[in-house]
Design a protein. Sequence first.
Length: 168
Amino acid sequence: MSHKLTEMASRIDTLEQKFNTSQQALHDQLVSGLGTVGGRLDELRHREDTLEASQSVHAVSPPAAAANVTASSTVPVAPRPVRNNTHKSAETAATHHASSDAPPIEHPAPRPHYTVQAGAPDIAILESPLGQPVRVQPGSVLDGWGAVTAITQSGSGWVVHTEHGTIR
């Protein structure tokens, strides 16, 4: 009986060692994976900070550039020659400017232009038309594009799929 107890204790020790080894291996894999994800998120945050910084620089420089353009564009313009339209009758002039009964042609508004700056599974940072960083994930809504349905990797870049199109 003592022989069987010794044998069982030996088996339990062996199982505990295997369990501890497996647990350590899983822990190492988890830490490695989280480190990779953490590094990627740090990279995304860095890119977002860089975009915000460059956007604030651009926000300051346009007024100065506009002042330079305005100062240099004060070139005198020659007056336009006056036409003598006395040969046209008042009736002809009135019919020329009369509005037609045709309905105005409506063109859909163009979608705002976004550019994917960085991405990771289920998260992306876009540059808005105003140059501002925009963080999106599935379910986020972008003006003119609708809800974000997916974020996928395409080669070395990322693609944001929306209800109304794809943003690259």
